[in-house]
Design a protein around this ligand. Structure first.
Ligand code: PMP
Length: 463
């Protein structure tokens, strides 16, 4: 489709620099950047204003499940737009919200019976926190106890950017600066086997980290409302893939102390880790399940907090009204597109296709495992990541950080020139392709990233 632009690329980029403020952007650096100006997308490809095509290596940051311009999603959107784009959900309802609610509950782990809609992962997390608090408050009142008001989460956990979610998060770089504004969580070390915080080696460690976390939960039981986790994969914290058994063990510890379990599946939900929800892999049934991102296949902002009947009943009893809602709660366009997304995910049986795609990435990255400056190559579902390692003589601290930052910047630039758009996370490079990518497309993404790494990093010593 030909597009008529009102301004040249240079004018738009200049105006963007002068007038806009981008999220998660080092401002001084951003002002010097020459960002891709995306015009269109088709399948796993993005096209910028220069006509340069790039593979969407991050699924537009976890949201794009089925590729861009999916005919089924376009149709669902057009159909709903032909009826009505939005009407309030306060005191009214509509078919899309009801059908999507039924669908989500049918797909989610058993026991979740209520759906509360919002527009993004952070607010859906806040809703989970408020609902958990009200439930525990109700219980404490009956038992004549002071209600608990803190949450347990893991170090390097990330649950969003609104202030409640910031309090639950524990990534030094993102969260420390807002410390004075929030109520910090009780935390325990993340189960990061590549850099074990306890200095142990898996599996000989027998999951000591889970015992440390369980110990913290026990020690703070009277203060705690709930345990909040990103099941199996701490995404923004560095793509930390958990050792098997950790999730089940801390969920059990939470239950043992009468705490609620909140599964934040904003990133992991809808198949990313190989099952529809990551919790399923360890048989954990949360009291609150938070979903967002891929729910609308990357088309529109929509999120949901799923709750058990026990939580609904507690809030119904006291305070009776949940004082929380958003102008765009249960937006009809987004609900219809979400239904179409779930239709395609099921009809194309995308979960069954993931192991071959993951194997293709592993095959393409096999040489990287031998590279002296690459470590901890890992995959889970259709997430694949590795870390850059500095040469042994590099001074730790700012010297090391600057070198790694320079490497990731150059690798990102090289990948982009070669046709792959990625978003490094500190020293971690990763791919999270749309689940609908073909094996060939996933292989091409993995190869372009490997070749970009090989061209930027100091060469491998001759074998
Ligand atoms: N929780 C997790 C686990 C996430 O990865 C994110 C987003 N990166 C959020 C919550 C917040 O979602 P949003 O960006 O839609 O507010």
């Amino acid at each position: 489709m030909s597009v008529h632009h009102l301004k040249t690329r240079e004018e738009l980029v200049r105006s963007d620099r002068e007038k806009l403020w981008h999220p998660f952007a080092d401002l001084a650096r951003w002002e010097r950047e020459d960002p891709p100006l995306i015009v269109s997308g088709e399948g796993v490809w993005l096209t910028d204003m220069n006509g340069h095509r790039m593979l969407d290596g991050t699924a537009s940051l976890w949201v794009n499940l089925l590729g861009h311009r999916r005919a089924e999603l376009d149709r669902a959107l057009g159909h709903q737009a032909g009826l009505i784009a939005h009407s309030t959900f306060l005191g009214a309802t509509h078919e899309g919200a009801v059908l999507l609610g039924e669908r989500l509950l049918a797909l989610a782990p058993p026991g979740l019976t209520r759906v509360f809609y919002s527009d993004n992962g952070s607010t859906a997390v806040e809703i989970a926190m408020k609902l958990a608090f009200l439930t525990q408050k109700n219980r404490a009142k009956k038992e004549g106890r002071t209600p608990p008001s803190r949450f347990f989460s893991l170090e390097r956990g990330y649950h969003g950017d609104t202030l409640g979610a910031v309090g639950a998060g524990a990534i030094e770089r993102f969260h420390a600066v807002f410390g004075p504004l929030v109520r910090p969580s009780v935390t325990a070390p993340a189960p990061d086997c590549a850099r074990c915080p306890l200095g142990l080696v898996h599996p000989g460690c027998q999951l000591s980290c889970a015992e440390v976390a369980a110990g913290e939960i026990r020690a703070h039981r009277d203060e705690l409302v709930a345990v909040m986790v990103e099941p199996l994969l701490q995404a923004a914290g560095g793509m930390i893939v958990w050792p098997r058994g950790f999730l089940a063990r801390i969920a059990e510890a939470a239950r043992g102390e009468g705490l609620l379990v909140i599964a934040d599946e904003v990133a992991t939900g809808f198949g990313r880790t190989g099952t529809l929800f990551a919790c399923e892999q360890e048989g954990v049934i949360p009291d609150l399940l938070v979903v967002g991102k891929a729910l609308t296949g990357g088309y529109l902002p929509l999120a949901a907090t799923l709750a058990t009947e026990r939580i609904y009943e507690a809030v119904r009893e006291d305070p009776g009204t949940f004082y929380h809602g958003h102008s765009y709660t249960a937006n009809p366009l987004a609900c219809r597109v979400a239904l179409a997304t779930l239709d395609v995910l099921e009809r194309e049986d995308l979960l069954a296709s993931l192991p071959s795609k993951r194997a293709k990435i592993e095959e393409e990255w096999a040489p990287l495992s031998r590279h002296p400056h690459v470590g901890n190559v890992r995959t889970l579902g259709l997430v694949a990541a590795f870390d850059l390692l500095p040469p042994p003589r590099t001074p730790s601290g700012p010297g090391e950080a600057a070198l790694l930052q320079e490497w990731t910047r150059k690798i990102g630039e090289t990948a982009r020139e070669r046709g792959l758009l990625i978003r490094p996370l500190g020293p971690t490079l990763y791919l999270i392709p749309p689940l609908s990518s073909t094996v060939e497309e996933v292989g091409l993404m993995a190869r372009l990233l490997r070749e970009s790494v090989e061209s930027v990093l100091p060469p491998l010593p001759a074998s």
